[in-house]
Design a protein around this ligand. Structure first.
Ligand code: THU
Length: 160
């Protein structure tokens, strides 16, 4: 028997100002994306922004439904839009933000498990890592260099 610990590698920023300009700009895009959130049930407005290798930015926001499971997360809206409209263009990074409806402060948010699985699919497809930027507390931001960091022991096509 072997007892093992998983090492989680990330970069932590204690202020948004510490982030590289490209990352800060992507976070701003994610914040703007949250303005189009349709979230009358949760009142939780999530925004996501993808930076493509072409320099283009794809935004997504959560879109809810009275039949709850029919709704989509912001990250998935952005990723599926990218897949449908920018086929085979490499996704370099994704930023995620969230706030409560009517609130001004952005809140800590990390991608849900389902979004991590969707991100993983695109990362494997493009065979290049996707960086993930997310807010983990009032002023603290984290960047991971690959989806796999957030999804250890992941399910993928090799299992099929
Ligand atoms: N949500 C996202 O858009 N992304 C996530 O990673 C977590 C959750 C949305 C789904 C739902 O509209 C609302 O946040 C509350 O769960």
């Amino acid at each position: 028997m072997i007892n093992s610990d998983i090492e989680l590698k990330y970069i932590a920023y204690n202020d948004e100002a510490e982030l590289e300009p490209e990352d800060r700009a992507l976070i701003d895009d994610a914040k703007k994306a949250s303005e189009s959130s349709y979230s009358p049930y949760s009142n939780f407005e999530v925004g996501a922004a993808l930076l493509l290798e072409t320099g283009e930015v794809v935004r997504g926001s959560n879109q809810e439904n009275s039949s709850y499971p029919c709704g989509s997360c912001a990250e998935q809206v952005a990723l599926f839009h990218s897949g449908a409209n920018h086929k085979d263009v490499v996704i370099k990074k994704i930023a995620v933000t969230a706030k409560k409806k009517g609130g001004s402060a952005f809140l800590p948010v990390t991608p849900c498990g389902s979004c991590r699985q969707v991100m993983l699919e695109y990362q494997i497809k493009q065979n290049l890592p996707i960086e993930i930027l997310m807010q983990v507390s009032a002023n603290k931001w984290i960047k991971v260099s690959s989806v796999e960091v957030l999804l250890p022991f992941c399910f993928n096509k090799n299992a099929l």
